[in-house]
Design a protein around this ligand. Structure first.
Ligand SMILES: NC(=O)c1ccc[n+]([C@@H]2O[C@H](COP(=O)([O-])OP(=O)(O)OC[C@H]3O[C@@H](n4cnc5c(N)ncnc54)[C@H](OP(=O)(O)O)[C@@H]3O)[C@@H](O)[C@H]2O)c1
Length: 318
């Protein structure tokens, strides 16, 4: 397999994880450079035969392919600070951006591309564990570079993805699945002090539930993995949830309602509720006129606002 000699710009979590995992996969990393020369030296020392270059230009001159693993906002400026040669190659790792960020390099005759690991790199150690099995968005201005990037993804135990739509949409999908899962768990664990416990205890109690859910999604897929009151069509339970949120945690209501409305669509696809039950759930969630049911009687909608159930006891999520 044709393996380009690599150079890295940036010494952050992605640069460190990619350098080390590509080094282990048999790629030669010629040089690394970062604003923090101490970190660049440390990174170079952790790699076989790499050196910490004094300038970005040296990295570009000594490698077949430069990986720009710098913050999204710095990519264009860093790329523009280098004199690219005809036949050179450079990629950035920003999932939301296209090749346009590297247009100066392309105009100078370099091949340009994107190499985006679809993974959450919270630390370099975690990233090294998580890279195998991850998908990589690969985009390139030439077949040669596309071949290099595809081989790099495969060498890392990953799955190359070639997508044609706006990369920002792909990145939205990644952010919904990863960053907003973290945000959702922050919201969920944040309710635990109201239960006489702590946010930390809440998170550790919720994590096995999250793992079980992920396993169900992996094994059974969506919509089969959806459980809970929406999947069962338990209108009264949803009404009690809304009551307690109005009383104790109104900040969580908009997210709860929006996700519940989405969950109704998943439950319809699963086939465990029919259109009529979906309509009742939408009424209680306030998405249709008709009012909310009284406590314990999901078939009797009334007025607006709360159900008046008054229960502050949490109900099962699954
Ligand atoms: N983290 C993830 O989960 C993840 C996943 C996939 C892709 N990515 C992408 O990978 C790229 C790097 O992200 P990261 O998570 O590795 O970020 P990071 O850990 O914050 O590292 C960013 C690097 O960029 C350098 N940098 C920042 N501003 C700069 C500037 N103006 N000029 C030169 N260098 C600059 C930083 O240098 P200093 O240390 O001197 O500040 C650091 O070396 C981004 O494009 C990101 O979108 C990240």
């Amino acid at each position: 397999m044709d393996k380009p000699t690599l150079g890295f710009l940036g010494t952050g979590v992605v640069a460190t994880a990619l350098c080390q995992s590509l080094g282990r996969a048999g790629y030669r990393i010629a040089a690394v450079h970062g604003r923090d020369s101490h970190r660049a030296r440390e990174l170079a020392l952790s790699l076989d035969g790499a050196r910490a270059a004094a300038t970005r230009q040296e990295v570009a001159d000594e490698s077949d392919l430069v990986v720009l693993a710098v913050s999204d906002d710095a990519i264009a400026a860093v790329a523009d600070s280098i004199s690219w040669r005809q036949g050179g190659a450079v990629v950035h790792c920003n999932g939301a951006a296209s090749l346009a960020l590297l247009q100066t390099a392309q105009r100078a005759g370099a091949d340009v591309g994107v190499f985006h690991p679809l993974q959450s790199f919270a630390s370099a150690e975690q990233a090294l564990r998580l890279i195998p099995g991850s998908a990589f968005r690969v985009e390139a201005s030439s077949d040669r570079l596309r071949g290099w990037l595809t081989n790099m993804a495969v060498s890392l135990g990953g799955r190359p993805l070639a997508l044609s739509a706006d990369p920002a949409l792909y990145h939205v999908s990644a952010v919904l699945a990863s960053n907003y899962l973290v945000t959702l768990l922050d919201l969920a664990a944040g309710l635990w002090p109201e239960l006489g416990s702590t946010r930390e205890d809440g998170l550790s109690a919720l994590l096995p539930l999250v793992r079980g859910t992920i396993e169900n999604i992996e094994r059974l897929g969506i919509p089969s993995a959806l459980t809970g009151p929406i999947a069962r069509g338990d209108v009264g339970t949803v009404a009690r949830h809304l009551d307690v949120l109005r009383e104790v945690a109104p900040h969580a209501l908009p997210v709860y309602k929006e996700l519940a409305l989405r969950a109704i669509q998943v439950a319809l696809r699963k086939g465990t509720i029919d259109r009529e039950r979906a309509g009742r759930l939408e009424i209680v969630l306030g998405d249709r006129p008709g009012g909310a049911p009284t406590c314990g009687d999901a078939r009797a909608p009334r007025g607006q606002g709360g159900t008046g159930c008054g229960s502050r006891r949490p109900t099962s999520a699954s």
